[in-house]
Design a protein around this ligand. Sequence first.
Ligand SMILES: [Zn+2]
Length: 347
Amino acid sequence: MSTETPLPHDPIPTVRGPVAAAELGVTLAHEHLFVLSSEFQSNFPHLWDREAGVREAVRQLAQAYTAGVRTLVDMTVLGQGRDIGLVRAVAEHTPVNIVLATGVYSVDGIPLFARFRGPGAAIEADDPLIELLLRDVTTGIGDSTVRAGLVKFACERTPPDAAAHRMAAVVAEVHRQTGVPVVVHCDPFEGNGLQLVRILDKEGVAAGSVVVAHAGDSADLDGLRALADTGCVLGYDRYGMTPFAPDEQRNATLAALVRAGHSAQLLVSQDHPVHIDYLTAEQRERTYPGWSYVHLFERVLPMLLKEPGIDEEIVRTLLVDNPRRLLSRIAAPRPTTDHRTEAGHAA
Ligand SMILES: [Zn+2]
């Protein structure tokens, strides 16, 4: 299938309006404001106080700004309670640029909205998701003119199942028509990232425009190298989520990939939501102590900078250059060095 090279895209759409790519600054490329089960929230409004949630988000973003963050990508999509009104209420009161995504988060197949109609479904039809996700990217989300800057889907099946193939075709069409990068939430433990990159490639999305989200949770350095060798972007985007992987492990494999010449293909972030209704606040604090928008700056970077091959310039590449290139729809460049020259160094 032919692959058109997406044109560089500048300025970048943010919730408060377009921002020049050069102005994005330090960017957390995979975070969340609010992850909500919309139907539970609307039926049980006592579960959560929206106004208090907005105030808390503004407070946490102020901390991030003080730590140097200028842009945050909110990867909350359909299936995770994306709410443009809520996001705008936060954006009005924070200096941090917020970039939004479109897409579908469903780890058990196509959402019911589209499950029975579409390619391969009971009712054979055009995929209804394509038009909706395209609308987000080209017109605006909900009743706003805020356009999405990325398109995402999720697959935790190994090997990827029929739903993943259908979603890959959906996001590929959105990518082909608009150039937005594709982010795929993978299963880093079974290691389906490589298969997902290949499926997307067959659909016409070059690996350099694909982010394999959560890849950095994997302890398998050989698998991570194989993934990086495709040219895709690897998400080291769950720093602070220690039950999935300790930060020390993430740092060690990330540094090995940097030494192997893959520094332009790595994103660092925390996947941190201000509020997520899958857990109570106490359950969350117990499971992920210290997890926040500033965990990277307070705990991770000082450790990472002690790894051989990591310096301030690399950190800038990870936090400024790589997200800027991604959001500008410019594919990641190929690795800069040959692994063989690194063999003795990258263990
Ligand atoms: Zn996420």
